[in-house]
Design a protein around this ligand. Structure first.
Ligand code: FAD
Ligand code: DLZ
Ligand code: SF4
Length: 517
């Protein structure tokens, strides 16, 4: 074959600096972009997630064409579309008489496995290059992890600070501390008024995608009425600049707060733009650092934000590739309950959960503490099957790709890997949610009551969780105090907690089949 080199670019690889383009010349390359049924339905993604990715892909194709690249763009409704990456790459190789295929490694294990199979079937060589948009290359992460007994994020994060020089004074952290987390625990103070997110009116390309998604994916979860995500690099940069100016200064203080009806608070809402390649993580961190150096944002906000990106985001990605494929099957706490239906409908008298599901349905977004301490905490305490929970998170969030979703769900939230990512499960009773939110005042349950039909269900579920996992968790030093409290309770009190939790669990309706897959 004597034609050009084919460079397939996936829906979360929308960066002009992609490694697969770095050594290519436009006159000897065809870029292939593919809208394929398999990717739109391997879980039944939120409508807004599909719209985001397809609209961003179509805009990126235009961006590449304007820069001189030849782009072969396959649309979902093309009658010849085979519906899979593999089928479309094979068709394109033959259509262009391509002499080779060159790609940046994909973000998901599933796709990587499929690509390895293509090597046997494609008539030309397939070259797979590392994804250099991440700050820590995978071999470096594996080297960091090798031989360590405990793979704690905090140690990795310090390495990344040293390596990037972010918030460093020579070899010392600025302000004399690595971590300002203790200053980041502000609750929902009355009158908290976060600035609105910038709104991007759909242009003709986005409007066409929204119409197609509404018609074709009508039976998928979620609403398109509030579609707000940036789908071009220019809009993502506008969203970034608005965050740095208007919300970053208070990001740290209210990072863990939850306010009913305030869906974004002071969070960045930039994860989808980062994950699909419209923003560069290191560039974003350098801009955040500049806000602190120029006195426009306090250190606890900027350090907290940078930690999420060079710390958590990079660490989570490394852990995914380190622990796959076992991570997808992990169920260290033997949780077997099916996902309750209210995760899809939002129909539950528990105000906190109802508001988090409502926000998820409206925006394909919930902020971190809603995902971790409300939706995730409930799944942990109620013993929901990790694979059901992971499918739900993968389907419902605009920023969800398995490399970032799965370690957060299975590792952080469900303790399915028995503490590899978190030294203790993030289990909490209603008191935590009450402290960090204004949900409980609007709830039919009483957060102060411990048992009975009017008591906040999180309270009895918390003890039920600890009791049923005693053999697995009681030796964890970080749980010594709650287990000591449990053992000090009278037999009657313990029975009351367990019976109250059982009575509540018996009311949960399992999700109707077919929502996620
Ligand atoms: P901010 O709160 O403003 O944080 C800034 C950035 O830090 C985010 O944009 C994100 O890139 C990064 N970040 C923060 N926390 C994490 C984390 N734990 N892991 C990785 N990156 C992080 N994030 C995703 O991008 N995709 C997911 O599918 C996803 N699933 C999650 C599932 C669960 C159960 C939990 C607890 C967290 C999950 N997260 C996921 C992490 C986090 O909740 C989101 O990144 C964040 O809510 C995105 O909103 P934001 O941009 O406003 O983030
Ligand atoms: C999530 C998604 C969706 C919904 N649709 C497409 C698509 O049609 N074409 C495409 O290239 N990518 C899509 N994606 C993103 C892919 O699922 C993602 O690139 C892989 O999972 C690898 O991370
Ligand atoms: Fe949630 Fe319990 Fe508070 Fe109701 S009382 S909002 S269920 S934590």
């Amino acid at each position: 074959m004597t034609g050009p080199v084919l460079v397939p670019i996936l829906g979360d690889q929308l960066s002009p600096a992609l490694s697969s383009l770095a050594d290519r010349r436009p006159d000897d390359t065809v870029v292939l972009m593919m809208e394929v049924a398999e990717e739109t339905t391997y879980v039944r993604h939120h409508k807004a997630k599909i719209a985001l990715i397809l609209a961003a892909m179509r805009h990126f194709a235009e961006e590449l064409r304007a820069a001189g690249w030849t782009v072969d763009y396959i649309r979902l409704d093309d009658p010849a579309n085979t519906g899979s990456f593999g089928g479309e790459v094979a068709r394109a190789v033959s259509r262009h008489n391509a002499r080779g295929v060159q790609m940046t490694e994909p973000g998901e294990w599933r796709v990587r496995q499929a690509m390895e199979q293509w090597r046997a079937t494609l008539p030309v060589r397939l070259r797979i290059l590392p994804d250099t948009r991440f700050i820590c290359a995978l071999p470096d992460f594996f080297e960091w992890a090798a031989g360590r007994k405990e793979l704690r994020m905090e140690w990795f994060y310090r390495e990344m600070r040293r390596r990037t020089g972010l918030l460093m004074d020579g070899d010392k952290p600025v302000g004399g501390r690595w971590n300002f987390d203790a200053e980041n625990r502000g609750g929902p103070e009355a009158g908290l008024q976060p600035p609105a997110l910038p709104a991007f009116a759909p242009d003709a390309i986005t409007a066409e995608v929204l119409e197609m998604v509404a018609a074709r994916f009508d039976n998928h979860f979620g609403s398109l009425d509030h579609f707000r995500w940036p789908v071009t690099r220019a809009d993502a940069e506008t969203a970034r600049d608005a965050f740095l100016k208007e919300r970053l200064p208070l990001f740290g203080r209210y990072q863990d707060a939850m306010v009913a009806g305030e869906d974004f608070l002071f969070h960045a809402a930039l994860s989808s733009a980062l994950n699909i390649g419209l923003l560069d993580p290191l560039d974003l961190c350098r801009r955040a650092e500049a806000e602190w150096r120029e006195g426009r944002a306090p250190i606890e906000a900027v350090e907290g934000f940078i930690r999420q990106i060079i710390g958590w985001r990079e660490y989570i990605r490394g852990m995914y590739w380190l622990d796959m494929p076992g991570l997808a099957e992990a169920n260290g706490l033997d949780a077997t309950r099916p996902l309750p239906d209210f995760y899809w409908t939002g129909e539950t008298p528990m105000r906190c959960l109802a508001d988090c599901v409502r926000a998820t349905r409206d925006n394909a977004y919930a902020h971190h503490i809603q995902r971790l301490m409300v939706l995730g905490n409930f799944a942990l305490l109620a013993g929901i099957r990790p694979q059901d929970v992971a499918d739900w998170y993968l389907a419902v969030y605009a920023d969800a790709f398995e490399w970032v979703e799965l370690p957060n769900v299975a590792g952080m939230v469900l303790h399915a890997e028995k503490g590899r990512l978190a030294s203790k499960p993030y289990a909490a009773s209603g008191a935590y949610i009450n402290r960090m939110s204004n949900y409980c005042g609007q709830c039919r349950f009483d957060v102060k009551r411990k048992t009975g039909p009017d008591a906040c269900p999180f309270n009895a579920l918390y003890w039920h969780f600890l009791a049923r996992n005693e053999a697995r968790l009681a030796r964890n030093p970080r749980l010594a105090q709650p287990y000591a409290t449990w053992r000090r309770m009278s037999e009657d009190k313990r029975t009351e907690y367990l019976e109250s939790a059982e009575a509540f669990l018996a009311t949960l309706e399992p999700a109707r089949a077919g929502w996620a897959r």
